[in-house]
Design a protein around this ligand. Structure first.
Ligand code: ZN
Ligand code: ZN
Length: 247
């Protein structure tokens, strides 16, 4: 299984698009998890060497536009997307299309597929598990299994039991860490984790390695790495946009 980081930032991050992960595995259809913040998703897929026209399966962790905002861009391209999310998130995506492009007819074959906040499903040959996490709106973390490996993405979340569960025995845990500990109060107001808290979740879950994403405008990567390494003994890294990591 490979993951390409199309975007690794929060809104207003410098030099980073907002969250988008492109997951591929032998014998399975590609899965796009979150969609950057808008039309950037198309260009990021191209820059990553993936054909945007090949995107079918999309999973949206929550309704915030830094995650869901690329869906209209993909639908405008005529792609018959299979959009996966909780009913709350799918309703928001429908509203996003209706408000922005009310005249647009969605491509034939477009499907809105409800997933439970906690449960299992199969998407294009990938085994997918969803776990509710704690954020300002209904949000789910996602665990993807293929070839005996587990990739976990905690979406946007405060430190919570759900985040620890999401990290559980994952070979790779990708975690929201908006910035370092000196901004913890603001991070918590926004219902995000800090780097140290991402490390604690990875430790609690027994994850193999930790990747910090969703860096905000105040993020200082060197400090974040040091703080996460103080709370998690495994490998920690901060991927850049368009990095591709094999697992
Ligand atoms: Zn959010
Ligand atoms: Zn976000």
């Amino acid at each position: 299984m490979d993951v390409t980081f199309l975007g690794t930032g929060a809104p207003w991050a410098q030099g980073r698009q907002t969250m988008g992960l492109y997951v591929t595995a032998p014998g399975c259809e590609p899965l796009l998890i979150d969609t950057c913040g808008g039309f950037a998703v198309v260009e990021q897929l191209r820059r990553a060497g993936a054909d945007p026209r090949g995107v079918r399966n999309v999973f949206i962790t929550h309704r915030h536009h830094d995650h869901a905002g690329g869906v209209p861009a993909l639908l405008l391209g005529g792609l018959p997307l299979q959009l996966h999310g909780t009913p709350h998130t799918l309703a928001a995506i429908r509203d996003l299309m209706k408000s922005g492009f009310p005249e647009w007819t969605e491509p034939a074959g477009t499907a809105y597929i409800e997933v439970p906040a906690r449960g299992m499903c199969e998407i294009g040959g990938l085994a997918v598990e969803t776990v509710p996490v704690e954020h300002r709106v209904e949000t789910v973390g996602i665990r993807v299994r293929a070839g005996g490996r587990t990739l976990a993405f905690g979406a946007d979340s405060l430190p919570c039991e759900g985040l620890d569960t999401c990290a559980g025995d994952a070979d790779m845990f990708i975690c929201d860490a908006i910035w370092q500990e000196d901004g913890a109060e603001r991070a918590h107001q926004l219902m995000h984790a800090t780097a140290a808290e991402a490390g604690r979740a990875a430790t609690a879950g027994g994850a193999g390695q930790l990747l910090l994403v969703h860096l905000g405008a105040r993020a200082e990567p060197a400090a974040m790495l040091a703080e996460a390494q103080a709370t998690f003994r495994g490998p920690v890294r901060i991927p850049d946009d368009l990095d591709r990591v094999a697992m």
